[in-house]
Design a binder for this molecule. Sequence first.
Ligand SMILES: NC(=O)c1ccc[n+]([C@@H]2O[C@H](COP(=O)([O-])OP(=O)(O)OC[C@H]3O[C@@H](n4cnc5c(N)ncnc54)[C@H](O)[C@@H]3O)[C@@H](O)[C@H]2O)c1
Length: 329
Amino acid sequence: MIEVALFGAGRIGTIHAANIARLRARARLKYVVDVDREAAVELASKYRAEVRSVDAALGDEAIRAVVIASSTDTHAELIQKAAAAGKAIFCEKPVDLDIVRARACAHAIGRTGVVCLIGFQRRYDPTFVALKQRLDAGEIGNPEMLIITSRDPGAPPIDYIGHSGGIFKDMLIHDFDVFRWILNDEAASIYATGSCLTDPAIGGAGDVDSTAVTIRTRHQRLVQISTSRRAAYGYDQRFEVLGAKGMLQAGNHKPTEVFAHTAEAISQDKPEHFFLERYRVAYANEMEHFFDAMEQDTAPRATINDGVKALELADVATRSWREKRVIEL
Ligand SMILES: NC(=O)c1ccc[n+]([C@@H]2O[C@H](COP(=O)([O-])OP(=O)(O)OC[C@H]3O[C@@H](n4cnc5c(N)ncnc54)[C@H](O)[C@@H]3O)[C@@H](O)[C@H]2O)c1
């Protein structure tokens, strides 16, 4: 039985707590840690866990794993403390907003050799995984182009935008990771452009809400990432890979597959509303994979180095957007 301490009892922490509880034969949520005591008590009581401080949780030798789902600015310190305490680490993305601090985390993980999974949950989504397996099996030959569409149903509050590190680190970090994972390739050049098209307040906070990014890879493949903070029809998460022998497309998930055929139109459900719904299965698979990696002492599908690489791309894209130029890597 793997005993776990969870840091952060907010939106995503609540999802992870439920997924740990699902695996009741393998893992048990022992502690919940949150600076918001009320949130910690509420979540802990749901799973018969206890509320503890960071140091008390890490000081318990029975705790073999930690799940870091607290605010982004806490990740780096918690990763380093947990690594020093020899705990296996599941940490939400991003590792940090600052690349120097993120690299320091990677060094800490490398030094201690603990398992560390970074929460790029798209790597565990059944549709995306199936596409990746078929691509790797050669179904469409060598991949040449990848087009990623990533649109949120609506923007987060403006005070969140102001502290988010900008759209490239906050939102596209997942798309940069998807590109590296799907193509098993790295960026050679990046051009990123962006506009504020949905809400002038986002521009007022120094950010953009719509972006277009073009990447040329080391293997000369071409990648386009199109993102928006607004899609009137819901969460739009698709990509397609064009290869020598055809194309593979990963589509949106819908709550049901019911179609209505009437005299006016043929209609179906809109895509699942947002990430908590769309990636529900992915989050559960990701947690299971974390415990597999611990038990088998293997590298998880998304490592700390993947977290650092995605952040590097987000930094380069931010610079490309600001300086209005292609950046060669
Ligand atoms: N992979 C994904 O799809 C995904 C989705 C949402 C959020 N996230 C990431 O998860 C993290 C949390 O996001 P959220 O949406 O759940 O935020 P949230 O604000 O709902 O929850 C964060 C929680 O962390 C707590 N907290 C703050 N400082 C702390 C500290 N020092 N120790 C312990 N707890 C502390 C807060 O009180 C809050 O309860 C962020 O880094 C975010 O980027 C990832």
